[in-house]
Design a protein around this ligand. Structure first.
Ligand code: PEP
Ligand code: MN
Length: 278
């Protein structure tokens, strides 16, 4: 990748157009401002009781933003697809209960109005990173958007996807490195740690990392989370489930709440050593 060419192509996402970091104020935290922001929650919202109980634990641990999927992009059409609007309602109740902002994925332009009614932050998933119609639609909103990297996308393609959103007027884009597909099959994906400092060099947008999808293995989530923070990530997105063995999606990569607590305790002194804060 030629840095000069990428910077020329990324007229709005590139650092040349804006040398200072974009800071996104989310009430409980500031993304892009030196803080290490923690986004956590289940892969999918499964039921109200479980979600509300988990949300309360996440709040007590000091999590800044709650995640939870209601519309799930699944590889197989026979896998749990999420609860749809009922999942969004439950997520909104978790927000009421905790006062924390929530993020959930919008998989299709047809669901955009619905998701907007319930969610503070929109997520565009890896599989939709180049759904240009969807990117343009979320670009017309004034709502923060987490844009996950396509699992086969180059850094330049990822930044150009962000450019679609920015070009329509929405400047609140959060880039999320969630692992790419490589020849390695031991791990589900390979979290591209390189991409974190590379994107911070090229762009003013905040960059977070998702070591849950980036590894696919619970035991690897904490070490790779630490690596991502050390590499300069502005935050982490982590899947957490009260009973991972029974999760309806992504159980093998989900942390228990107590494990998230341990990870956050490790990240605090690490952040401080790097001149940051959690
Ligand atoms: C998710 O966050 O649950 C998800 C489906 O992520 P990705 O789009 O990165 O696979
Ligand atoms: Mn998941």
């Amino acid at each position: 990748m030629n840095q000069v060419r990428t910077l020329q192509a990324c007229k709005l996402a590139g650092r040349e157009s804006q040398p200072q970091n974009t800071v996104i104020d989310l009430k409980t935290c500031r993304l892009g401002d030196g803080q290490v922001v923690i986004i956590a929650g289940p892969c999918a919202v499964e039921n109200e009781e479980q979600m509300l109980e988990l949300a309360q634990s996440l709040k007590e641990l000091g999590v800044h933003i709650i995640r939870g999927g209601a519309f799930k992009p699944r590889t197989s059409p026979y896998s749990f697809p999420g609860l749809g609007e009922e999942g969004l309602r439950i997520l909104a109740r978790a927000r009421e209960l905790t006062g924390l902002p929530v993020v959930t994925e919008v998989t299709d332009v047809r669901y955009l109005d619905l998701v907007l009614r319930y969610s503070d932050i929109l997520q565009i998933g890896s599989r939709n990173m180049q759904n240009f119609g969807l990117l343009r639609e979320v670009g017309r909103l004034q709502r923060p958007v987490v844009l996950k990297r396509g699992f086969s996308a180059t850094i330049e393609e990822w930044l150009l996807a962000a450019e679609y959103i920015l070009a329509e007027g929405n400047r609140q884009v959060i880039l999320c490195e969630r692992g790419i597909r490589t020849f390695e099959t031991y791990t589900r994906n390979t979290l591209d740690v390189n991409a974190i400092p590379a994107v911070k060099e090229l762009s003013h947008l905040p960059v977070i990392a998702d070591p849950s999808h980036g590894t696919g293995r619970r035991s690897l989530v904490a070490p790779v989370a630490r690596a991502a923070v050390a590499a300069g990530a502005d935050g982490l997105m982590l899947e957490v489930h009260p009973c991972p063995d029974e999760a309806l999606s992504d159980g093998p990569q989900s942390l228990l709440p107590v494990q998230l607590g341990q990870l956050m305790a490790e990240l605090r002194p690490l952040a401080e050593a790097l001149g940051r804060r959690l």
